[in-house]
Design a protein around this ligand. Structure first.
Ligand SMILES: Cc1cc2nc3c(=O)[nH]c(=O)nc-3n(C[C@H](O)[C@H](O)[C@H](O)COP(=O)(O)OP(=O)(O)OC[C@H]3O[C@@H](n4cnc5c(N)ncnc54)[C@H](O)[C@@H]3O)c2cc1C
Ligand SMILES: NC(=O)c1ccc[n+]([C@@H]2O[C@H](COP(=O)([O-])OP(=O)(O)OC[C@H]3O[C@@H](n4cnc5c(N)ncnc54)[C@H](OP(=O)(O)O)[C@@H]3O)[C@@H](O)[C@H]2O)c1
Length: 382
């Protein structure tokens, strides 16, 4: 009997990058990329709706800056945060969170220097909010630069760091269409604060530091519980709302529906900044429209006109038709930004039910709650 390998944090699948290309075109304010990670011979499998966990490595320049600030070579022998023997450079690169200083780290800084009276104040329990505001946009390196007399032993420094965590990415392919690889759609995080260029750890690890066919990427699958398609012969209509990188699971769903000749109608809402520079996977979606895999494609390009147009504005414009789909039993799926987009789309859905369904705000809330209970309102937001 053959047993599939079980991959997890302790036993990740070591995969390599097969293809990487920019989805954002010249002139885009974004840097969103498409990645294909090679699965040949790995035994790693997944379902559409799952996410890929990536265990990233820190940027070597940031590690070098930390070594330099403390006067270390990087070759010092230490135990890393997985309790494995390592060089200091290795431990900082693969096991330490160098981005988000916490109170433990800051207390260690103030214990080493007499030049930090303001930091001492910020650490008082009643100044929690001021401390949070102070930390926003600052990383460990900022405090090492601000307080150069705070010097640590290599092992002491490692033990002050939190662990570098995995990052999750919604899978944007189906094994039925692409049996040898797993695809991701990733927005590269870069910003500038306090005089320093900053990099999101995992998104720039994939975009800048993972070489094609060479660097091993530790990965495993995180099951997308509940974020699943109906069976191919099920005629339930599906509505996908995936602006930005939220498009990822829906590309996977559409590949799967194409490969299984799924019955039932499918409607995709996609939004990005500009139709010219950020219409990710445009040709594929147009092809799905032609072949009938996609019944309807509605786009919202926020910066193609003076006023912002977002997916929720399109939902409102199509209120009557969307209501009819919901009344026909459609499942509404949403993926992408949790803090603003998903909240606004939820509000738009309430308005659809009120306006097109002729319901009071209270009845609309009950209707949406029932959708949730019936697992017809499925969310994968971050
Ligand atoms: C289930 C799930 C699925 C996901 N799917 C996808 C996906 O398909 N595609 C995708 O791109 N992402 C996806 N994400 C998000 C992804 O996991 C990462 O959070 C994202 O890529 C950023 O990780 P990073 O390591 O590059 O950045 P990090 O090193 O984690 O840095 C991000 C942090 O930087 C800080 N920051 C960012 N901008 C600024 C600023 N201007 N000023 C100050 N601080 C700032 C914030 O604290 C922010 O949290 C998903 C998340 C989840 C939970
Ligand atoms: N906290 C932040 O300020 C911030 C900013 C960007 C991204 N992010 C995060 O970065 C990750 C990746 O972002 P992404 O590249 O996938 O896309 P995104 O930043 O979510 O943008 C995708 C599209 O959604 C639009 N949008 C902005 N606010 C919206 C809202 N309230 N409702 C609906 N649409 C809205 C954007 O328009 P406009 O950009 O033209 O407004 C853009 O057209 C997400 O996790 C997101 O939360 C955070």
């Amino acid at each position: 009997m053959s047993t599939a390998p079980v991959f997890n944090l302790k036993n990740p699948c070591l995969a390599t990058m097969k293809l990487a290309r920019k989805l954002s075109r010249e002139g885009s304010p974004k840097d969103t990329r498409h990645f294909e990670i090679d699965l040949r011979g790995s035994g790693l499998t997944f379902e559409p709706g799952d996410s890929l966990a990536v265990l990233p490595a820190n940027c070597p320049d940031l590690v070098q800056d930390i070594l330099k600030a403390q006067g270390w070579t990087g070759g010092e022998a230490v135990e890393d945060l997985n309790k494995k023997p390592s060089t200091l450079r290795g431990a900082l690169t693969t096991t330490c969170n160098l981005a988000t200083p916490d109170k433990k780290f800051l207390n260690a800084i103030v214990a080493k220097t007499s030049n930090a009276p303001e930091l001492v104040k910020l650490l008082e329990p009643e100044r929690k909010e001021q401390l949070e505001a102070h930390l926003h946009g600052r990383e460990l390196i900022d405090f090492l630069h601000d307080f150069p007399d705070a010097k640590f032993e290599p092992q002491e420094f490692i033990s002050l760091c939190k662990k570098l965590l995995i990052r999750l990415y919604s899978i944007s392919s189906s094994l039925k269409a692409n049996p040898d690889s797993v695809h991701l759609t990733v927005a590269t995080v870069r910003y500038h604060t306090f005089g320093r260029d900053r990099k999101g750890v995992a998104s720039t690890y994939l975009a800048e530091r993972v070489a094609l066919h060479e660097t091993v990427i530790p990965t495993f699958i995180k099951e997308g519980k509940g974020f699943r398609l109906p069976a191919p012969d099920d005629e339930t209509p599906v509505i996908f709302c995936g602006p930005g990188t939220g498009i990822a699971p829906f590309r996977s769903f559409l590949q799967e529906r194409s490969a299984t000749a799924a019955k039932g109608k499918a409607w995709l809402f996609f939004g990005e900044v500009s139709s010219r520079t950020d219409f990710f996977y445009e040709e594929e979606f147009n092809e799905y429209l032609k072949t009938g895999v996609l019944t309807k494609l509605t786009t919202a390009f926020s910066r193609d006109q003076p006023e912002k147009i977002y997916v929720q504005h399109r939902i409102a414009q199509h209120a009557q038709e969307l209501w009819e789909w919901l009344e026909a039993g459609a499942i509404f799926y949403i993926c992408g930004d949790a803090s603003r987009m998903a909240v606004d789309v939820d509000q738009a859905l309430h308005t659809v039910v009120e306006k097109a369904g002729g319901k009071s705000p209270g009845e609309a809330a009950e209707y949406i709650e029932q959708l949730r209970k019936d697992k017809r309102y499925r969310r994968d937001v971050y």
